[in-house]
Design a protein around this ligand. Sequence first.
Ligand code: NAP
Length: 285
Amino acid sequence: MKIAVTGATGQLGTLVIQALSQQIPTKNIIALVRDTHKAEHFADQGIEVRLFDYNQIETLQPALEGVDRLLLISGSEVGQRVPQHQAVISAAVKASVPYVAYTSLLHADTSALGLATEHKATEEIIQNSGLAYAFLRNNWYIENYLGNLAHIVSEGKLYGAAGIGRIRAASRQDYAQAAANVLINAPSNNPTYELAGSAAFTLSELAQTISTVYNTTVEYINLTATDYSHALSEAGLPQGLVDVIVDADVQATFGGMYSESDDLSTLIGHETMSPEQLITQLKTA
Ligand code: NAP
């Protein structure tokens, strides 16, 4: 039984491969990557590496031959994802891949986040493909708020525009473990999992948690969407990414990052990693 993972050299993909390796023989894992030079460490572990670039259609079907279960990790080029994912699913059908799991977005069918459009469209492509599937609707990564943790700590300020929105984010590690478990068990009946962290937090509470872990004072500064957008642009982030981050915070104020679902802790068999545990891990890494 061969399990293949797209975006395997990415941050989530790497953790999925790691989680799979702990449960099944590495010879049954296929890392699908667009740059094979970045994947030499997989080959060293006995994991098969195949070239797979969403933008090079000729690489797709050959790389999916003999695959029993495919994890399609959503691409990172916002705006390009529907044709990219369509190409992958068409290739999967042609290669007779029986099962696909897809990393979607929390409440993709109803979410007001701008990102939801491409995820919803991809889910529809998969539903119309005739493949058996599982939708892994991942909420935000906690890591999204901690990308510049050292700077947050040194400045004593965490900026955002999420107000008192309650956020049930989880670590990449927990989403990856859930994906690996779904791939191994291939649950039938085409399930949709709403995957969110076990406990909700506001960005003020996150700032407080950073303060506690670092034994310092970090204050949450809530900005308007416009001011937050300017601040991120001035920090050098590309406009497309700025728009995604600001939209996510604004939607969080309306509950866009919240869910009542415990699907994630159920899939991984325990509570998800808390922000405190993750920040402590990042501090000591
Ligand atoms: P990441 O580290 O940027 O990984 C993205 C992966 O997609 C990389 O392996 C990249 O390949 C691969 N990729 C990009 N374009 C490709 C193409 N044309 N053909 C084949 N592979 C391609 O992102 P991540 O943190 O692992 O997250 C995984 C996905 O979740 C992202 O792509 C995005 O869709 C979504 N996401 C979710 C959240 C969230 O909070 N839930 C946040 C950010 C992103 P290389 O390794 O060669 O670069």
